[in-house]
Design a binder for this molecule. Structure first.
Ligand code: FBP
Length: 559
């Protein structure tokens, strides 16, 4: 009997998965009429987007801007009459984030039975290769509320060459596509903006959906957070809470925990608010206050020594994954390395690690050569590793936590050699990306799917779907992608990309953290938030940073 039960749970069918696939997903009222699900129409919301490079962007994206005028759209209360005969493709792009499957579920349901939804296999690469399949109603039942991107797969291909554009056009023709939905982060939605412009003449609509656990795809009240952030931070907060609980139990270790989040420190800040560790570094603060590596190390060592005087020889330090690029001296080095790695990519490709280092020393300024040579080999090698196809340094591969531990150890010894400093290092990253979505992410993503599908049925192109105002009267929005583009340096030259939203030091979330962190450092005030819940007391809790920054009066979301 038990053996049969165990066999029946094989293939994504644990008792938990059986239950969540059946779970009702909270749905925004605007999509419901007499209990039936209906697409919404759109009207102008009243905001026109403008930023520092708008004029240049408007010039490069003439079609999209002439359509949208860079004006934000909001759902109209009246529902659209259903369309039929459309062929829509959906793809995941970039790193996985919990809830992606529910976007597909929402899309499929809102498009209805008279339109076809195609899944693109393995991300943008699949779009180039024309690797699509039709999504059935049965598939949808098996993926609802499940984690991961495994139903379609994903990749990080940037679509930019003429050859790639021709391949996309060929795919559109082959499947007679009317629309493409790109589910991705800042780089992937840059892809979506470019595709919308390029496919405009063919009449193929392109709509983006905001995904990334990093939480750095945000547009104030219009797009408070990307999906996947809530699930990832709740998973990390559970693990960090468990480690915090271990520290006064075993009383012997300092734990240095690197948390994923390529650039911005939203993940680290959220986890800190949820758990209250002794120390949490915030990359944006390091950059703005121009803290050197030595300043950071000294501040950590000081806390270690002072806690030791009180008999507390343990603690937790949260380190944001991307901090290395925010330390001013390292930022200069990385910027120069990015240019040189792009310029000499073919030469570097044929060299081993040691040869790469020797070669690059000859190409850097004297100051950067000195800094590079002072770093341990394991950091140097990772700084020279290949960038991803969007030109990003692969910070998840850089063991920053190890570097910090080694330097803190030396500093503590210098300050007071009697202080014990035993340490452990961790990296929480991949374990947060594919867990089953929290109720927040499950609802958010399903409604994003309904929004993206409605934008398509309303004939819109070049927008990113958004769900906002989580505290009351959820708003359904379409934000023009061109309004989010800025010029940044990538691969050694200027490119139009969606700017990453970083932690602001004048934001309510950072300021609350700043007001509490000294107390968290001097005595144990940590808490353990426990496992994420789909039902139970904390099921309806939204990210704390979102509630603080959007100045909500509640932590509970409401559909
Ligand atoms: P996205 O921006 O594509 O969502 O990916 C974010 C991320 O999870 C980062 O936090 C991390 O640095 C990176 O992906 C790791 O990438 P990879 O999966 O290529 O190792």
């Amino acid at each position: 009997m038990i053996k049969d039960l165990l066999i029946s749970t094989e293939g994504h069918n644990s008792l938990f998965e059986q239950e969540i696939k059946q779970m009702d997903i909270p749905t925004c009222k605007v999509f419901l009429k007499d209990g039936a699900l209906l697409p919404v129409g759109f009207e102008e919301e009243g905001t026109e987007l403008y930023n520092k490079d708008t004029l240049k962007v408007n010039e490069a994206f003439k079609n999209s801007v002439s359509e949208s005028g860079n004006k934000v759209l909001k759902a109209r209360a009246t529902n659209l009459t259903a369309k039929s005969g459309l062929n829509v493709a959906v793809l995941f792009s970039g790193g996985p984030a919990a809830g992606g499957h529910n976007v597909v579920v929402g899309l499929k349901r809102i498009l209805g039975t008279n339109n076809k939804l195609y899944g693109v296999k393995a991300g943008p690469k699949g779009l180039l290769k024309g690797d699509l399949f039709e999504i059935s109603d049965k598939d949808i039942l098996s993926i609802a509320n499940t984690g991961g991107f495994d139903y379609l797969g994903s990749d990080r291909t940037k679509i930019k060459t003429d050859e790639q554009f021709s391949m996309v056009k060929a795919t559109c023709k082959k499947y007679e596509l009317n629309a493409i939905v790109v589910i991705g982060g800042d780089d992937s939605n840059t892809n979506a903006a470019v595709l919308a412009e390029y496919l405009y003449d063919m009449g193929v609509q392109v709509i983006g959906c905001p995904k990334t656990i990093d939480g750095d795809l945000q547009v104030g009240d219009l797009l408070p957070i990307s999906f996947g952030f809530d699930t990832a931070t709740k998973i990390y907060a559970e693990l960090v809470g468990n480690i915090l609980q271990d520290t006064p139990s075993s009383r012997k270790y300092w734990h240095f925990i690197k948390l994923m989040g390529r650039s911005a420190s939203h993940v680290a800040l959220e986890v800190a608010l949820q758990t209250k560790p002794a120390i949490c570094l915030i990359s944006e603060e390091v950059e703005e206050k121009r803290l050197s590596l030595d300043d950071i190390i000294s501040s950590i060592a000081k806390v270690v020594v002072e806690r030791s005087k009180k008999g507390i020889n343990y603690g937790v330090v949260l380190v944001p994954e991307g901090i290395i690029e925010f330390i001013p001296e390292m930022k200069h080095l990385v910027a120069e390395l990015n240019d040189k790695v792009a310029e000499f990519s073919s030469v570097l490709a044929n060299k081993d690690k040691e040869e790469k280092r020797e070669f690059i020393y000859t190409k850097l300024t004297a100051e950067n050569t000195k800094l590079m040579a002072s770093l341990p080999d394991y950091i140097e090698d990772m700084l020279l590793a290949d960038r991803d196809s969007h030109g990003n340094l692969q910070v998840s591969l850089i063991p920053t936590e190890r570097l910090i531990i080694e330097m803190v150890q030396r500093k503590v010894k210098e300050m007071d050699s009697s202080v014990p400093f035993n340490h452990q290092q961790h990296f929480f990253g991949y374990e947060g990306r594919c867990g089953a979505p929290t109720l927040f992410d499950a609802a958010y993503t399903y409604n994003l799917g309904l929004t993206a599908g409605s934008l398509i049925l309303a004939g819109k192109t070049g927008y990113i779907a958004s769900v906002a105002s989580f505290d009351k009267e959820i708003k359904i929005l379409g934000i023009p992608l061109t309004g989010l583009l800025n010029i940044e340096r990538r691969h050694g030259h200027d490119e139009m990309v969606i700017e990453k939203a970083l932690v602001k030091l004048d934001s309510p979330a950072f300021q609350f953290f700043e007001s509490r962190r000294d107390d968290w450092a001097s005595s144990d005030l940590f808490n353990s938030p426990g496992p994420r819940q789909l039902w139970g007391p904390s099921a309806k809790q939204m990210p704390m940073t979102v509630a603080l920054n959007r100045v909500y009066s509640t932590l509970k979301f409401d559909y």
